[in-house]
Design a protein around this ligand. Structure first.
Ligand code: GLN
Length: 197
């Protein structure tokens, strides 16, 4: 299996390290032609506006859209924003996933934080997943054919927690960074989408 990691910008090296640890070939992707040989693609965290501009310059927007219509793509954080249909502002997006995201949703004082998520689709679902959020977006709403995979806990007033992971067929979006903790279960889950259940 070959999973490319979009390497225009952001923390692509960390994703490659997890994939390689799982025994998966993980080339860095910068050119449209490199998509042809892949089974799936990860779009890392970084800065989504910059990533979108670079993808436009490298003429990757159309090839990435085409790729995502038949193959698996996982976007983490900025990558999830780039995958979305709507980021509530003007910036280049792939528009593949039927989700609306709210960028930098956690305000200044808590720009970065960690929390535990219970994700029933992962292996060993009873063991919480430690999730690292860095100037993270939330998934403000999901549209047709999108399955919510993880939410933050309810707040003290019982207000429903925000959506931080979702799936639409073989497309996966997470607000947080599973490549930064030593828990490969999200990567394994993505590999199961690549293989197609
Ligand atoms: N704040 C960034 C953005 O809006 C995302 C941050 C990240 O990828 N860690 O693009």
């Amino acid at each position: 299996m070959k999973i490319g990691v979009l390497a225009l910008q952001g923390d692509f090296a960390e994703h490659r390290a997890v994939l390689q640890h799982l025994g998966v070939e993980a080339p860095e992707i910068r050119l449209p032609g490199q998509l042809d040989e892949l089974d799936g693609l990860i779009i890392p965290g970084g800065e989504s506006t910059t990533m979108g501009k670079l993808a436009t310059m490298f003429e990757l927007i159309k090839p990435l859209r085409k790729f995502g219509r038949s193959k698996a793509i996982w976007g983490t954080c900025a990558g999830a924003i780039f995958l979305s249909k709507d980021a509530q502002r003007e910036q280049p997006l792939l528009g593949l996933m039927n989700i609306t995201v709210a960028r930098n949703a956690f305000g200044r004082q808590s720009d970065s934080f960690e929390t535990e998520l219970v994700v029933s689709e992962l292996q060993e679902p009873a063991r919480p997943f430690r999730a690292v959020f860095i100037r993270a977006p939330v998934i403000a709403s999901v549209g047709k054919n999108v399955q919510v995979l993880a939410k933050l806990e309810q707040d003290d007033e019982g207000q429903e927690g925000q959506i931080v992971a979702a799936r639409q067929g073989r497309l996966l979006a997470t607000s947080f960074h599973p490549e930064l903790t030593n828990d490969p279960r999200f990567h394994q889950f993505f590999l199961s989408l690549v293989e197609g259940e």
